[in-house]
Design a protein around this ligand. Structure first.
Ligand code: HEM
Length: 405
């Protein structure tokens, strides 16, 4: 059986700084047009269909490579080391199962419903703050503040702290960006230390005054005996805060960009905002996943489709390709009947995104709200794309928004 390293594979370096926007789309489309289910990248391999993606995400013989990355970069003490070793994404086996059993109920679909009225209040406020002529930079004035307001509300934090939560999230996420880890390590360490202090104060406040919010739910679980230690509780709160801000921001930004550049889809959404918002969200998640490459590292030698992957191989799962598996036409189309569970944008297996219900609710509320209140959205300049390494963000989205009535 050939080793994966011996194969003559197509190659995509997803870390190239110029791989953005149309160039990124063209490179991904070219890989899709090829025959291979496997490609090479600078760290290892990338799998290009859903079945292979699910295999590597679900196998017990592969883990998220966070601990190894930490070791490679010499992160062996200090706040970031504490964060990496306590991160739920780097926890596996019975400890991971116990943590997920505790946190899943707090983010289950019915519990998430209670946050929808607050989401609508935040949307009202953000729309009211847009300039009267409708010309705005959508990221700064809408996509960026919205998820941090939602997370602040969900944590029972003061809403005025939302920009601080955004700062924590943006900096702590940079641990997944090698260049930033090399150049800005001290700033990342500082953000982790500040975030831990902030989270400790929040937990103390909720402990003395419980409310109907996520931290109070988790404290109640902690109080039921030895099911959750204080360190696990603060790490979970930090993981939710960090994982729940720039992800939703970027996915919402891409959804709005796609609607602005597909006016017929925008008109369709406007014909039934609440009925069609869930389909619009699923289609944006499918068409432009903001987590296009989720990483795994094999912990044992693995054989798959006649190829041997030695222990220690890095395998990226391309959600972009998996989400297009079996589709003849690569179009953004709300009306197409596609099973929502088939997208890999939220991952698969034991680490499947714990915030998926919240992210979907946030985006559904935002798209339904905009479709009800806004007649037309158009690009008012070129969007500026981030790179797809890590979270595929939009850095700028200049829009012209015509309010209804
Ligand atoms: C559109 C928005 C989002 C996307 C596309 C997304 C994507 C993902 C993906 C792909 C994973 C799995 C990573 C892996 O297996 O390697 C994941 C895990 C995770 N996500 Fe999200 N996410 C989003 C929003 C959120 C939100 C809103 C929260 C918090 C409320 C959150 C918290 C987490 C956490 C804590 C994990 C780790 C789960 C575990 O290890 O068991 N995410 N997310």
């Amino acid at each position: 059986m050939p080793l994966a390293t011996e194969l003559d594979l197509p190659r995509l370096d997803h870390t190239q700084p110029e791989l953005r926007g149309d160039g990124y789309r063209a490179a991904m489309t070219a890989l899709r047009a090829g025959e291979s289910w496997l490609a090479a990248n600078p760290f290892g391999f990338t799998v290009l269909d859903r079945e292979a993606g699910e295999f590597f995400l679900r196998t017990k013989d592969a883990v998220f490579p966070g601990l190894t990355i930490g070791e490679l970069f010499g992160i062996d003490q200090g706040p970031l080391h504490e964060e990496i070793t306590g991160n739920i994404i780097n926890t596996n086996g019975p400890d991971h199962r116990r943590l997920r059993n505790l946190v899943n109920p707090a983010l289950a679909p019915r519990r998430v419903e209670r946050y929808r009225p607050a989401m609508r209040r935040f949307l009202e406020r953000l729309l009211a703050e847009l300039p009267a002529n409708g010309r705005c930079e959508f990221i700064e004035s809408f996509a960026k503040p919205y998820p941090s307001l939602v997370i602040a509300h969900l944590m029972g934090a003061p809403l005025d702290d939302a920009p601080r939560l955004h700062h924590f999230s943006a900096w702590i996420q940079r641990q997944f960006d090698a260049a930033s880890l090399l150049a800005e390590r001290a700033l990342i360490e500082q953000a982790v230390a500040d975030c831990y202090s902030y989270v400790d104060a929040l937990i103390a406040a909720r402990r003395s005054t419980p409310r109907d919010d996520l931290i109070s739910d988790l404290i109640a679980a902690e109080d039921q005996g030895d099911r959750l230690t204080h360190h696990e509780l603060r790490d979970l709160v930090l993981n939710i805060l960090v994982g729940g801000v720039d992800t939703s921001q970027s996915q919402l930004a891409h959804a709005v960009r796609l609607l602005a550049t597909h006016p017929e889809q925008w008109e369709l959404l406007r014909s039934d905002p609440h009925g069609l918002a869930p389909a619009a969200v699923e289609e944006a998640l499918r068409y432009e996943p903001i987590t296009p490459f989720t990483a795994r590292m094999t912990t044992a030698e693995l054989e798959y489709r006649g190829v041997t992957f030695p222990a220690g191989s890095i395998v990226l799962v391309s959600a972009w390709h998996a989400n297009r598996d079996g589709l003849a036409h690569d179009v953004f189309d709300l009306a197409a009947a596609r099973a929502p569970s088939r997208v890999l944008t939220f991952g698969a297996g034991i680490h499947y995104c714990v915030g998926a219900n919240l992210a979907r609710a946030e985006m559904q509320e935002a798209l339904a709200f905009l479709a009800e209140r806004v007649d037309a959205i158009e690009l008012d300049g070129e969007p500026e794309f981030g790179t797809p390494s890590g979270i595929y963000s939009l850095e700028k989205l200049p829009l012209r928004v015509s309010r209804a009535g």
